[in-house]
Design a protein around this ligand. Structure first.
Ligand code: FAD
Length: 278
């Protein structure tokens, strides 16, 4: 018997076209280069705050075969592990294969979320200490947007310093709004208390704090602002997420302070992850 029943064919077509499809529940645009969005969370997805997954859309049909393949990219999950939904914070690359399309998504659309989280920006990759530094540029703040909403962070560390550098003030808004919202957050506001310190800087547009974060960390400006001692492996841990250049520079600062790079299998003093490949 062959399966030629037209009813069966119709039912098969009703299956969602996207594999691992999740539904968009919210989209917020910040600038012509940045936006955030939230999607439903796959029931089976467990992740640790700070990890990334592969997400995407179906690519254009192959001109010869008409077949479509998923177009996937790595994305840090910006929401904490306890959230019912998943949040992402994204660049818009005008000729980027994925983000030229992704920037047009609307509530109700579907996005592919592959349920295999990985990454090194996790609390398990660092040894216990007093203080945690997060250093990010651009969309590199995404994993820290997840971690600063995780109560586990504040149970493990007395102080958390979030350093975020962008070219312009408008590019800081996603992080600034998030930090401001935590004080009144009914779920974790009390846990965060006054433990979270925020250090935003711009490199191009004039603002209250200007300059590259590498210089400001090295010159002791961050420490001075909050009355902290210099980086010290006994008391401090650090996570960095930015361009290759930033990661290399911050790694050098950590190593010259006597800190060792950690990993999931060998927790230590600092961890590094690329915010994009480029
Ligand atoms: C571990 C990891 C986590 C990532 N997490 C995020 C995330 O949370 N949010 C996010 O927007 N992107 C993230 N990226 C980058 C992401 O995977 C894609 O590169 C990005 O979505 C652009 O896709 P695209 O297909 O449009 O262009 P691509 O062909 O991937 O990139 C086109 C160009 O844009 C540059 N570019 C790509 N992403 C960025 C970025 N985020 N900031 C500045 N320049 C960029 C690239 O260097 C390249 O020159 C991550 C990358 C890695 C490796």
């Amino acid at each position: 018997m062959t399966d030629q029943n037209p009813i069966t064919t119709t039912e098969a077509k009703a299956v969602p076209v996207l594999p691992d499809a999740q539904t968009v529940t919210k989209v917020t645009h910040y600038t012509d280069r940045l936006f955030s969005f939230r999607v439903t969370r796959p029931a089976s997805l467990r992740f640790r705050s700070g990890e990334f997954v592969m997400i995407g859309l179906m690519g254009d049909p192959d001109p010869k075969t008409g077949k479509q393949k998923p177009l996937l990219r790595a994305y840090s999950i910006a929401s904490p592990s306890w959230d019912d939904e998943l949040e992402f914070y994204s660049i818009k690359v005008q000729d980027g294969p994925l983000t030229s399309k992704l920037q047009n998504i609307q509530v109700g659309d579907e996005v592919i979320v592959r349920p295999k989280p990985v990454g090194t920006l996790v609390l398990d990759a660092l040894l216990p200490a007093k203080r945690m530094y997060f250093v990010a540029t651009g969309t590199g703040i995404a994993p820290f947007a997840s971690l600063i909403r995780d109560p586990d962070l504040y149970e493990r560390y007395d102080e958390v310093i979030l350093c975020h550098t962008c070219r312009e003030t408008a590019e800081l808004k996603y992080g600034a709004d998030l930090v401001a919202s935590l004080a009144d957050d009914p779920l974790i506001g009390e846990v965060v208390g006054d433990k979270l310190k925020y250090f935003p800087t711009t490199t191009q547009e004039p603002s209250a704090r200007m300059g590259r974060i590498t210089h400001l960390l090295k010159d002791g400006e961050v420490a001075k602002e909050f009355g902290l001692p210099p980086l010290n492996p006994e008391t401090d841990r650090l996570m960095v997420c930015g361009s290759m250049g930033l990661n290399v520079d911050i790694k050098a600062i950590c190593e010259s302070a006597g800190m060792n790079e950690g990993s999931n299998s060998q927790p230590a003093d600092f961890v590094v992850e690329k915010a994009f490949v480029g």
